[in-house]
Structures are given as C-alpha cells and as structure tokens.
Design a protein around this ligand. Structure first.
Ligand code: GDD
Ligand code: MN
Length: 260
C-alpha cells in the first residue's frame, strides 16, 4: 500500500465529497483491443453479468485500434445488443499503443471511476466488486490489482514471460521505489479526476504507461490500495508485447529515473 507522500490533490478531495454514499457512482471500463475478435463478446458478457448482479452503474468503452481481424465489427454488434449507453465503441484508425488508447478512452468516459483491464480474459471481471469494496474501505485514489501479493498469481506464462514481468517490476522497484507490488499490471480502478490529472504528466505511449502512472501517482501523493488478482494467460489470439515494447519500457523507466 502506498502512503500519501504529499497533501492529496484538491481535485481528489472534491471527488471524495461528490462520491457521497456511492449511490450515484458510475464505473467506466476502458477496454483497449487489438485483434480480440474471439475474446471481446466473452469479456463484455462477463462484465455485464458482474455489474448487473451487483447493481453497479457502468459503461464499457472499447478502444479498437483498427484491428485487421474484424474486432471493430464485433464491437459494433455488441453496441447494438447491449445498447449504446452501455457499450461505447470509440475506435482509432491504427495501432497507436496501449497507453494512448487509455488516454483516448478516458475522454469519452462519463463515470466518476475508471476501470482499466485487458480484453483478452486475462483479467476476470469477478474481481471488480472487490476493487470497489477496497476503494470504499480506504477511500483510495487508486486500487491496483496485484499478481505479486497474497493470493495473487500468474497462470499459463512460460518462464521467459515470468522473468520479463518479474524483472520489470524488480528493476522499477529498485530505481523508483514506488511502493506498490505490481507496477506493470493493468487491472486497476481509478478516481477519474485522479487519472486525468496523472495522465497530464505522462509521456509514455506503450506498455510502460502502467508503470509510469503508479510512479507519478505516488509523486502526487495519491493513495493506492491493492487487491490480489489471478492473471490467466489468454486462450485466443496472441500477446502484443514484443521486443520493441520491452525496449521502450526500459527507455521509459530510465527517463523516469532521470527526471523524477
Ligand atoms: N487499442 C489498443 N492498441 N489495444 C492494445 C494495443 C494497442 O496498441 N496493444 C495491446 N492492446 C490490448 C490487447 O488487445 C489486450 O486487450 C490488452 O491491450 C493487453 O495486451 P496483451 O498483448 O494481451 O498484453 P500481455 O498479456 O502480453 O501483457 C499483460 O501483461 C503486461 C505485463 O504485466 C498485460 O496485462 C499488460 O497490460 C501488462 O503490462
Ligand atoms: Mn494478454
């Protein structure tokens, strides 16, 4: 858990007051997709089920980056099935990176909370009610899913992939000491105005975004709660994390180390 290092942001304070009893809360899920045709209907169905069962107000924003596999057409169908107040397709023309996909998505969000997660079923929506409970419990600015604490874990990754993730976390912990246990994970809940504020200072475009957000959040004095999650490797499609993303992660990390 990250303790506030400075006074909390004024905007976060006003958000806390507005949250009140929680009855007016709305959760905007940002789902970035690139070639997720098989996964998208399943993840949307699971999300709708989870939110409906817990009577949570929500919207799901799909940010498709011109996937050649027809993901966008699938999203258009889902918009029709569930209604355009629940499913909002906000696509971009081409693959512009994971970090900027969130920045694009948040512009269209109407909720006071933002949930980011992967669309490939590696993040199960069943954890979302736990995130929400955790957020209310500690009045946190951010609740981060963690694979590296408590019952959290990773299933289905080979040794190489595990080493990349552990390595990225380890180096970042040493260089930047952000104090959260899963820095590269991307299953999180944010107060919307907090994420907006953090994004203003973010420079990364790809996978390094998750790490940068947590590091900048700490500098701003945001509070971070953690919920252990299990990450299950995808069944359909393939990961987009290639050598280029790893190089830009390291570059981003060194830039943050030098500038913060
Ligand atoms: N719109 C858009 N644009 N979506 C993208 C892009 C992009 O350029 N690149 C990836 N995505 C989407 C994928 O379609 C998926 O929904 C999600 O982002 C995660 O991508 P994956 O390619 O499945 O990532 P991963 O499983 O290898 O990586 C996981 O672990 C990393 C390290 O912990 C994810 O949880 C990452 O977010 C995490 O950083
Ligand atoms: Mn994945």
């Amino acid at each position: 858990m990250v303790r506030p290092t400075a006074s909390a942001m004024a905007s976060a304070e006003s958000g806390r007051r507005a949250a009140g009893s929680g009855r007016l809360d709305k959760y905007s899920v940002l789902l970035p997709t690139y070639n997720e045709r098989e996964n998208l209907p399943l993840i949307v169905w699971l999300l709708v089920k989870s939110f409906s069962e817990s009577a949570i107000n929500y919207e799901i924003i799909i940010i498709d980056d011109g996937s050649p596999d027809g993901t966008r057409e699938v999203a258009e169908q889902l918009e029709k099935i569930y209604g355009s107040d629940r499913i909002l397709l906000r696509p971009r023309e081409k693959k512009l990176g994971l970090g900027t996909a969130y920045i694009h998505g948040i512009k269209h969000a109407t909720g006071n909370y933002i949930i980011i997660m992967d669309a490939d079923l590696s993040h199960h929506p069943k954890f979302i009610p736990e995130f929400i409970r955790k957020q209310k419990e500690g009045n946190f600015d951010i609740v981060s899913g963690t694979r590296y604490k408590g019952n959290g874990g990773v299933y289905g990754w080979d040794l190489k992939r595990k080493l990349i993730s552990r390595g990225a976390n380890f180096i970042t912990q040493i260089l930047l000491r952000p104090g959260a246990s899963d820095l590269t994970g991307s299953f999180r809940l944010y107060r919307k105005e907090v994420l907006q504020k953090i994004i203003e200072s973010c420079v990364s475009k790809g996978y390094v975004f998750q790490m940068e957000v947590i590091v900048r959040a700490r500098q701003l004095g945001c509070t971070v709660g953690e919920v252990p999650i299990s990450f299950v490797d995808r069944v359909y499609g393939e990961s987009k994390l290639g050598g280029n993303e790893i190089v830009s992660f390291l570059k981003g990390l060194l830039t943050l180390f030098a500038t913060t």
